[in-house]
Design a binder for this molecule. Sequence first.
Ligand code: PMP
Length: 285
Amino acid sequence: YDDRDGKIWMDGQLIDWRDAKVHVLTHALHYASSVFEGERCYSGKIFKDREHAERLHFSAGCLDFEIPYSVDELIAAKAETLKANGLTDAYVRAFAWRGAGPDMGVASARNPVRTAIAVWSWGNYYGEAKTKGAKLDIAKWKRPSPETIPHQAKAAGLYMICTMSKHEAEAKGCSDAMMFDYRGYVAEATGANIFFVKDGEVHTPKPDCFLNGLTRQTVIGMLREKGVTVHERHIMPEELEGFEQCWLTGTAAEVTPVGQIGDYNFEVGRLTLDIASDYEKLVRA
Ligand code: PMP
């Protein structure tokens, strides 16, 4: 994965993929001072290109650092990276972090902020589950309170419990894990938001302690445009039994149906399939 052909944009220039390296004393490696974006380019156009660049800036701000490239410069750099790699359909990873420098402790104001963009082909995030319905484990880790961590930042530190939860889920033969929040309400999966259907209406957790995904916002807009009622609210674990359909949303996940969460089963139903296909049409429009 590191030793391959291709170009990576790093701190303002395109360099060979295999040369895109950092020092072991990189601050981010020790203290998670890193923010990132996951984006998808469809037929040569990044869906929500500007929104992703803006969110990267917002996330850096939450971690108290400033990205040395403007939103417009990031947009241009993403296009340049896709072109240099000859890709029109790809996953785009833009990220920024506090590098190695004179500060070796927790504070790192004197260390340089580094920025990079890598792009690669990435098919279905959940493989076969994309059509058949994903099987989710129930994570033992809870999404933390908004007073514990800046939950609207797409920041590396928030993913430690996600990686642990996803590893445990995969070891049990599941595609992902559904996480509850610190109060015990249903929150999201480890890298995707969650939606439920009951009696023709949609219910989705209120994003008050986890990422309000761009795909989530897009899908809510699409549902409301179709005349479907969407409730953004706190969802109790015991409600899982009464939901008929379930799906996940995310840039990587797109719209992925869920067939099972722990012992609860869901059908890959009409609304799920319609929304998945509407989303597919929208991102390629
Ligand atoms: N929650 C988490 C924890 C994520 O990592 C992601 C992926 N960025 C999402 C939700 C979905 O966000 P988006 O739709 O903006 O990709």
